[in-house]
Design a protein. Sequence first.
Length: 591
Amino acid sequence: MARRSASDEGSKPVKISKQSLKQAAGLLSYLRPYRFRFGLGLLMLAVSSVSSLALFTFVGDLFDITKDNFATEIRKIAMILAGLLVVQTIASFLRVYLFSYTAENVVAKLKQDTFAKLVSLPMRYFSEKRVGELTARVASDITSIKETFTTTLATFIREFIIIFGSIAFLTWSNWKMVLFILGVLPLVVIFALVFGRRVRKISKEAQQANAEATTVIEESLQAIATVKAFTGELFEIARFSEKNRQVAAKGIRNGLFTGGFVSFLIVFMFGSIIAVIWYGASLVAAGEISSGQLFEFFIISIMMAASMGGLADSFNSVQKALGATESVFGILGEQSEEPGTGEIRLNGNIEFKNVSFAYPDKPEHPVLKNISFRVSSGEQVAFVGPSGAGKSTLTHLLLRLYKPVSGQILAGGTDTVSMPLNAYRQNVAIVPQEVILFGGNIRENIRYGKPNATDEEVTEAAKKAFAHDFIMNLPDGYDTIVGERGTKLSGGQRQRVAIARAFIKDPSILVLDEATSALDSESERSVQQALNELMKGRTTFVVAHRLSTIRNADKIIVLEKGEIKELGDHSQLMENSEGLYRHLASLQFRV
């Protein structure tokens, strides 16, 4: 009988329909390279199922052996039983191995394609999804698909073989027994369909509650430093406690209905067994069947009843697998970014022409309104303004993470939308406020900006970023492994690794998104020195938090509520006593 697993909780059951089966057929393309092994596994499944039925028919013959030829007959039956056991053992081993081999390879390819699809999706997709829930869902759904190939499918097919094989055998042996046993089946089928639909709905609610609780855990652990800094442990515990309570409540309700369903099936199974024994005994008394045949009917009826009881659970597992397939193939069916082909080298001239933008999840709230400005090659441009003014959004558009709702962004006089995406992004580098260092060593993290860079190029980039000295002081130098988010390095060290990553990319356009705002004064001086070296000869866009860092910018664009309020250099803007820039500067310098 199929068993529920923790991974099932992440799979969304769906109604079996032409559409769901069509999506499930998408797995055939992944199965095709292993079709011979999978087909052989199905054959072994059929052999093991049929041999288990045959095993008990010959056991029944033991009861009908007469004293006259007892030794000969028992030896003959024993040899047959031994042969069947050998066949069943070999078939079962091959079935498990072949299904596991197929499942591991199919799931590995499916995981690879799903991850490749996720990282190629546009940012608007992630604006509409919660990353924690998406991660949990994908992981559990792919696990559910794996279990389908290794366990669920085998169980489902075996139960059908046993049910119909039992009916065929009983019909051949005594048709009266078949009619008697099948007399109660319609009632069970109707009940299973009606009650099972209700159970699936409640199960779906329990799965959703579990996914939400998992999301709370992931979000809390991702921001654990913030949680501790704000003494938010009790708040997070309370938040999780509420979700956990909902999970428990829905799980108990699910258990109540599932228990009722299972209880009915148990009553049916044992009731069927008692009825078969009673009716079979009456046929033995009437001389229509032998004692051995009654034993065969008894054992096979138990097997058939158990398969019928497990069929509902297997059916639910198949529905969950279809839901998992629908979820995964829903991701695979999303429209990826078009990377394009070829190479370009931008000269650094950038122009925004009447650009307006709103994030996809909030189209009714424009973030940028009719933005226009021009930047010449090599200029340094700073974006300043209060929080929510649209500073970081401008950098998102520069990186082509999103497309403008209206207007154009021109590079060298050409609309950037018409340029190959990857070729354009090769000309742009970013040093963010919060630097993420990927798992691996420092050399690999610097090389992220240019995957084919030599060790000499990595070292040269680190020297330009003033990172070489501190790297060489680490226990393993450039081979030092950095943990999640680079937690083994200080903030200033992570920033300099990010700057080295930008150096090795050698971009013509540079984006600094509040790159020094989170650093202490000493670290800021080191990082600023590296940034000054990086900015030489490159068009640079700076999202400024500390106005003291952008005094020498060629242009300062002052934003408020998505609109440009002022534009000029530091001296020009300070002359406007009523201007927003002077107001912001006076607040900072006063502090």
